[in-house]
Design a protein around this ligand. Sequence first.
Ligand code: TYM
Length: 332
Amino acid sequence: MNRVFSGVQPTGNLHLGNYLGAIRNWVTLQADHECIYCVVDLHAITVAQDPAELRASTREVAASLLAAGIDAKTGILFNQSQVSAHAELAWIFNCVARLGWLNRMTQFKEKAGKHRENASVGLYAYPNLMAADILTYKATHVPVGEDQKQHLELCRDIAQAFNSQYGVDCFPLTEPLIFGEATRVMSLRDGTAKMSKSDPSDYARINLTDPPDLIVKKIRRARTDPDPLPSTPDELESRPEAANLVGIFAALCSESVEAVCRRFDGAQFSTFKEKLAELAIAELTPITAEMQRLMDDPAYVESVLHDGAERARNLSEPVIREVQEVVGFLIA
Ligand code: TYM
């Protein structure tokens, strides 16, 4: 059986990287998979969060997902903290994963930076919780952007280590699904840095809440080099900013980078950026409008999450029971 699971953190606005790298693919997969999508608030508190803002962001991210086309009726959409199985299994995985494995995680190194000694233990153990998210549902496929690849390799290592330690065939070896032309969307200000919510410059990203005139401005100001568009993708290799914009364009119109290069061969970036802004606005405006509508009805959004959590809990319960049995917990 194929089961899809993925998650997104409720820390600020979703941006074009989240959308093209992950969320749009989540929507596509719904057509022929059982899908479970999660707003991961337990992950969010690995760095300090204001409680009121966390609650608001959880609603807002859920609204964005619904607005982007996540179907919470055939699939499941919920926030992580409502299903205690995630935290429970994460503890068991804390006892399976090795320090050496976590020490290799590049995301921890980037996020903790120079202040490693001050990082929370939760930030360090974060990938174990991610593995628990996925394996609580024995999910087989996980659609993510390129930056999550290493965490998903760890998830496979944990599943394998658990199975072999206890001599069982309990957890599947989950496959990452990283597809589309924008698996790693870069900052609009620096083609070597990932587009991210935490970038201090708002001009580095396009948020799903940005109005059309701001999208135009951000794309106009996006960094490029003085050369025109090339005829082939090879020529983009040493031009990170140009490659990023062409990749975004290709993803937005569901064409290959090669086809976009052919179409714009020799064009100036000023012309290309206008077309790119038009495309981005056409794709994002309906999502933004629907999101605003949903944000005016927080009770509805919460009811969706509540219903999703109940269904997620039902799926997780037999898995947790099985794990308790395997590990040797006495269930009186
Ligand atoms: P998060 O919240 O950082 O991002 C959510 C999704 O968006 C993708 N993404 C990007 N894709 C392309 N270009 C970018 N610049 C970009 N930025 C973000 C991410 O790859 C991700 O797919 N740890 C995860 C959340 C998580 C999770 C899980 C994912 C928790 N548990 C279990 C999968 C399965 C995270 O912080 O994603």
